[in-house]
Write a protein that binds this ligand. Structure first.
Ligand code: UDP
Length: 232
């Protein structure tokens, strides 16, 4: 049973695949899945993306540095949205971020993260890495290492890591377990390379799973490999 996990969720978890904004059915699904693991006392940190609002690379009319700052602010908007809706559903939540000073957002202090967990809070890390040119995958790798998570769970819309895109190829084969070196060698797109390199260096195991398969998150924290494990 994992007691401390970092969950990376892309913005599309909030909107539905290929959609923008917030979809209340998706959000109530997220809350149900989270509540199951919080009931076990697992400490949960979430890094949320912003693909449901803004992605830097999709705003090609803008300079990348500006577009990425807008993207980072998108993660802050998602975090605020989630904090409120989580709390209305009984999940006590704090948002930590370095990118903005707003009344509902606390700065990241390493000493405080465990205090939040000990007090029963879920912690949302907003604002990505605080730097343009990165993604929230890299932020997830950083925060997982910083909060000393036992595992980084990447919730996706496919059931794990495949040798080719399972949405395009019927004969795509799923890997149960991979080493970081195998994933790099086979050029498998699990996370961006910056994220991957941090996880490899700091021995952070990753489980890639289908977030939209009911109960997967709970199974994952009980140690069941419901997707693909990437290990040293
Ligand atoms: N972003 C950034 N630096 C970071 C994290 C995110 O500049 O450290 C920006 C970038 O423009 C990115 C956007 O925020 O496209 C949203 O993040 P991401 O694409 O990772 O969201 P997801 O696809 O996971 O929803």
């Amino acid at each position: 049973m994992y007691k401390k996990v970092l969950l990376k969720l892309s913005g599309e978890v909030l909107s539905g695949e290929g959609q923008k904004g917030f979809n209340l059915d998706n959000i109530s699904y997220l809350i149900k899945e989270l509540k199951q693991i919080l009931e076990y006392g697992t400490n949960v940190g979430i890094v949320i993306g912003a693909g449901n609002l803004f992605r830097g690379r999709e705003m090609s009319e803008l300079s990348p540095t500006i577009a990425d700052q807008i993207g980072m602010l998108g993660t802050v908007i998602n975090a605020l949205y989630l904090k409120d809706i989580f709390e209305k559903n009984g999940i006590r939540t704090v948002i930590v971020s370095q990118v903005t000073s707003l009344p509902s957002i606390r700065p990241i202090h390493y000493d405080d993260i465990n205090l939040y967990f000990d007090a029963g809070y879920l912690v949302i890390f907003a604002g990505g890495t605080s730097n343009p040119f990165f993604t929230t995958d890299t932020a997830a790798a950083l925060r997982a290492v910083e909060m000393k998570a036992e595992i980084l769970i990447k919730g996706t819309k496919v059931p794990g890591v495949f040798d080719k895109d399972p949405k395009i190829y019927d004969d795509a084969k799923k890997y149960e377990k991979l080493t970081f070196d195998e994933a790099i060698e086979k050029n498998l797109k699990i996370m961006d390379t910056e994220a991957f390199s941090i996880c490899k260096r700091y021995n952070m195991h990753i489980m890639v799973l289908d977030f939209f398969e009911k109960g997967n998150l709970l199974k994952a924290i009980t140690g069941e490999n419901v997707g693909t494990l990437v290990v040293p």
